[in-house]
Design a protein around this ligand. Structure first.
Ligand SMILES: Cc1cc2nc3c(=O)[nH]c(=O)nc-3n(C[C@H](O)[C@H](O)[C@H](O)COP(=O)(O)OP(=O)(O)OC[C@H]3O[C@@H](n4cnc5c(N)ncnc54)[C@H](O)[C@@H]3O)c2cc1C
Length: 327
């Protein structure tokens, strides 16, 4: 029997796709072993959230209360989970491989002397052994890892697993867990929070993504990408080269250390197709590449390619689409 704890890092009644995918992974793992899925929500009870957790695959919702948790930071989340995990007594802890999960999971594994597998693409149990799948060598191969230390913590790579079939109306158990974190243990405190302005569709939910790379040679051409994305009701993404250069926000980065996306259409403009970028977007249904270099690796994964300068291609393409949309 494998019991699984899912860490829920959100405060909305409607669960995000990332959480539903982690719950789906946990449900399948538990089902195969007659185990249970518990979901820990850090912070006060949110009306409607329990119903979403049960529909998404949880058997139990654990509301973890502490005055520091309504405004969580990685260090408070680590400290809270270091108390919660031993108390819920599970074999596996799963969380999304997002910016919070990436910060929390290694620190938590160290605190609990637990096992750790990051960027999990698949997890299952066979004959009592829990096995994870993840990429190795920047995506050049897939390896299978067997957990030898429990609990074991896994961060689930977004868009690598499907949510469980919704169990609308499913019921489960709700448990209140009060912990007491010592505020004196945290060396920093949050003075101010500034929410990033998201215009249009969020990258991770977009059905169309227009992404730009170093080939754009500066921030200005990203306006053209935004214009195209707007016509296609999509979002704009970028390579690490573009985010590192400060041309666009870090949150636009797609790839191994950025976001994993799997839209219907991914248009890669001035992107070479480095393995770390491909790791985040090869799940896209149709990939279109615009690049001056016919030998760029992006053309190996592209379904349609234009060998040419984006400056000559983008404007007429956007104008044509606009005309089609208006006709
Ligand atoms: C540990 C690690 C993690 C990483 N994680 C990520 C990640 O998550 N995401 C990510 O993207 N990268 C990541 N990288 C970086 C990655 O290795 C590449 O350096 C990066 O993806 C390259 O970005 P690029 O394609 O924009 O730039 P380049 O590789 O420089 O490619 C630019 C392309 O633009 C083309 N071009 C030039 N001019 C034009 C023009 N006028 N019109 C059309 N095309 C043109 C060129 O032919 C070229 O193919 C990571 C690297 C490491 C080491």
């Amino acid at each position: 029997m494998v019991d699984v704890l899912v860490v829920v890092n959100e405060r909305e009644a409607v669960l995000s796709r990332n959480t539903l995918e982690v719950l789906g992974a946990a449900r399948r793992l538990a089902d195969g072993t007659q185990g249970k899925v518990k979901a820990a929500v850090l912070g006060d009870r949110v009306e409607g959230l329990a119903a979403g957790l049960f529909a998404g695959g949880a058997d139990q919702a654990v509301w973890v209360e502490d005055p520091l948790l309504p405004d969580p930071r990685p260090e408070t989340v680590v400290a809270a989970l270091a108390e919660v995990v031993p108390r819920v007594a599970v074999h596996v802890v799963l969380m999304a491989d997002d910016s919070c999960g990436r910060e929390v999971a290694p620190r938590l594994a160290h605190r609990l002397q637990a096992g750790l597998v990051t960027e999990v693409l698949g997890v299952g149990a066979e004959a009592g052994a829990v096995r994870f799948r993840r990429q190795r060598y920047g995506g050049r191969c897939i390896i299978e890892i067997e957990a030898t230390r429990f609990p074991v913590i896994g961060t689930v790579k977004p868009r690598s697993m499907e949510p469980a079939a919704s169990r609308a109306g499913a019921r489960g158990e709700e448990v209140q867990m009060t912990i007491r974190l010592d505020p004196g243990l945290f060396p920093t405190r949050v003075l101010n929070k500034v929410a990033e302005e998201v215009r249009g569709v969020k990258l991770e939910n977009a059905r169309v993504i227009v992404s730009g790379g170093r080939g754009l040679k500066g921030p200005e051409p990203f306006r053209q990408l935004e214009e195209l994305a707007q016509v296609l009701r999509g979002a704009v993404g970028a390579t690490r080269a573009a985010t590192d250069a400060g041309w666009v926000p870090l949150s636009w980065q797609v790839g191994q250390t950025g976001k994993s996306v799997s839209p219907e259409l991914y248009i890669a403009v001035g992107i070479s197709g480095a393995i770390q970028h491909l790791a985040g977007m090869t799940g896209s249904k149709t990939i279109v590449a615009i690049n001056t270099d016919a030998d760029a690796p992006i053309f190996k994964v592209a379904h349609l390619g234009i060998v040419g300068d984006f400056k000559a291609v983008l404007s007429p393409f956007t104008a044509k689409l606009k005309a089609l949309a208006e006709s």
